[in-house]
Design a protein around this ligand. Structure first.
Ligand SMILES: Nc1ncnc2c1ncn2[C@@H]1O[C@H](COP(=O)(O)OP(=O)(O)OP(=O)(O)O)[C@@H](O)[C@H]1O
Length: 292
């Protein structure tokens, strides 16, 4: 449905992009298309509750998340199972979900896409009852790397690469017990991903045959990888050929519970959640209507 009344949720701190013109760009497109709109700036504290309050008084038909994956995730929490549409203005550093939905384009082009209002319904992974994952969530290597990157206090690709290689050197094998598809499996792994999507924002494809509307998500298990095979596995991931690696197992599931032998750091859509012993993931089919 073409949006008529939009609420733009703007994260002023996301990404490294210049947002000084953003209000002007939004007003210009909305005025040209005769749309009613309002702006809401996040502050980083209790934003979800504040957005709920704002939406209950404003009653927009479309909430537009202006930021990265973390902002989109938060806005989606407000919209889950409602008819209100989710729009994305990709203004984060990685914009993994926008990339997956093919809407990772410039601000003006994104705004034009929003005006057209082409809707697709999208599945969401519910995690431990109270959290959701739209894109990718994981335990192990990647979550640890995000933590190192955030703790470094630096930004940009160079420090990201530094955290990546630092985490590679210190990578460790963990033990997990997983219940899924009526079976149970104990694995030694470096990382387990709950994947609603195919690739990280960096472009690494970890789940080549993913669909965001098939009622399933994938469990992607990265088994211990000898250092000598790391480069070839990394290359395979960028070429979308990871499925044939002996170090990767992929299972299509509707529900899974992961029990960690030691508490493991969990990340969801790029946001660090904290150490968890148990992660229960359930597919919520068609939980969102997203403009793409
Ligand atoms: N005004 C604010 N000041 C500081 N932090 C904020 C503010 N508003 C939101 N945040 C924080 O921003 C984070 C979400 O950022 P987001 O993921 O959208 O951008 P990003 O990290 O640059 O992008 P990506 O996830 O695509 O790499 C959340 O942790 C949220 O609490």
């Amino acid at each position: 449905m073409k949006p008529q009344k939009l609420l733009f949720i703007i994260n002023p701190k996301s990404g490294h992009n210049d947002k000084s013109n953003l209000e002007k760009q939004i007003s210009s497109v909305c005025d040209k298309n005769k749309k009613e709109y309002a702006l809401f700036y996040t502050c980083g504290k209790n934003d979800r509750e504040k957005i709920k309050e704002k939406q209950s008084e404003y009653q927009a038909d479309t909430l537009v998340a202006c930021g990265g994956d973390g902002t989109v995730n938060m806005v989606a929490q407000v919209l889950l199972h409602s008819q209100v549409q989710l729009g994305i203005l990709p203004l984060g550093s990685a914009n993994g979900l926008a990339h997956e939905l093919d809407v990772n384009v410039g601000i003006d082009e994104s705004l034009e896409l929003l005006m057209k209002g082409n809707i697709r319904s999208m599945d969401v992974i519910q995690i431990n009852s109270e959290l959701i994952c739209l894109h990718l969530s994981d335990l192990g290597f990647n979550a640890q790397m995000i933590k190192d990157f955030e703790e470094s206090g630096e930004r940009g690709m160079l420090s990201y690469a530094r955290s990546f290689f630092g985490s590679l050197i210190n990578k460790k094998t963990r033990e997990f017990r997983i219940e899924f598809n009526g079976t149970e499996k104990t694995v030694k792994a470096e990382m387990i991903i709950l994947a609603n999507a195919s690739s990280y924002g960096t472009g690494a494809v970890i789940n080549p045959h993913s669909r965001m509307d098939d009622g399933f998500f994938e469990l992607v298990i990265f088994k211990p990888i000898p250092v000598k095979d790391l480069i070839s596995l990394t290359l395979k991931s960028f070429l979308g050929d990871i499925k044939n690696s002996p170090y990767v197992e992929i299972y299509k599931v509707e529900e899974a519970t992961i029990y960690c032998k030691e508490p493991e750091l969990l990340q969801i859509d790029g946001e660090l959640i904290g150490d968890r012993n148990e992660v229960k993931a359930v597919m919520l089919k068609d939980a969102l209507n997203v403009i793409s």
